[in-house]
Unconditional design. Structure first.
Length: 250
């Protein structure tokens, strides 16, 4: 493994202060990248992640993916400071647990919020940073999806649908933005991150037993896959890369 495979490159991770996002930031910085961490509310959380990153010249920026003007402003800032962007990781996402059969409990407000962040936010980020990603030799976009987009099993119906839409966008943009920009979905199953920590431990153990490899993904598993897509799996675009321990097999 080339630990400095991203030396001199610039990577932006939306929602990089969270559990999965912070692991991705750590992995990319360890590979030599200068990392831009965006956040919506918690500057303290984002700055704490940035302070732990190896290397230098990282950036913490407030830019909610639901605010297209803020994303456009950040793109100008990135262009002025770095003059390039090699990797965009659309990691920001939201959900809330709602039983699939309880249609009344999934409010219009939550449906709109989920799609606004999980799908429109990713599209808006691509739109904002497209020109930077197309420059020079081109760049890579990684969309953080979920096997819920394929299995239809997840925290709520809208969440599953938003991830299916994200995978569809990956395929559409891979075709539309080639050959300068590659677009790939990284699609985890259950991840032992912040959301899983809120669940009943007995439920998590059950999910582990329902996974052929008898464990759930760690944030580092997801981060390693993002790094591999960006640096090693370079003849790939429009693909949905699972990080699920074989969960759909059962």
């Amino acid at each position: 493994m080339n630990a400095r495979s991203m030396q001199g490159q610039v990577a932006l991770v939306t929602g990089g202060g969270g559990g999965i996002g912070s692991a991705i930031c750590q992995r990319l910085a360890a590979a030599g990248a200068k990392v831009i961490i965006t956040y919506r509310k918690s500057v303290e959380q984002a700055e704490a992640v940035a302070a732990q990153l190896p290397g230098s010249d990282h950036l913490v920026a407030q830019a909610s993916v639901t605010d297209s003007a803020a994303l456009a402003g950040l793109a100008e800032q990135v262009a002025g400071r770095y003059g390039r962007l090699d990797l965009l990781v659309n990691n920001a996402g939201i959900t809330t647990p709602v039983p699939h059969e309880d249609l009344d409990a999934l409010s219009d407000g939550w449906i709109d919020r989920i799609f606004q962040t999980n799908w429109r936010g990713a599209f808006a980020s691509v739109r904002a940073f497209k020109a930077l990603l197309q420059a020079d030799d081109g760049g890579t976009i990684v969309n953080l999806s979920s096997i819920a987009g394929v299995t239809g099993v997840g925290s709520n119906v809208a969440y599953c649908a938003s991830k299916a839409a994200l995978d569809s966008m990956t395929r559409s943009l891979a075709r539309a933005l080639a050959p300068k920009i590659r677009v790939v979905s990284v699609s985890p199953g259950w991840v032992l991150g912040e959301y899983a920590k809120k669940m009943d431990p007995a439920y998590i153990r059950q999910q582990e037993e329902m996974t052929p490899l008898k464990r759930l993904a760690s944030p580092e598993d997801v981060a390693e896959t993002v790094w591999a897509v960006a640096t090693k799996l370079t003849f790939m675009t429009g693909n949905i890369v699972p990080v699920d321990g074989g969960r759909p097999l059962l």
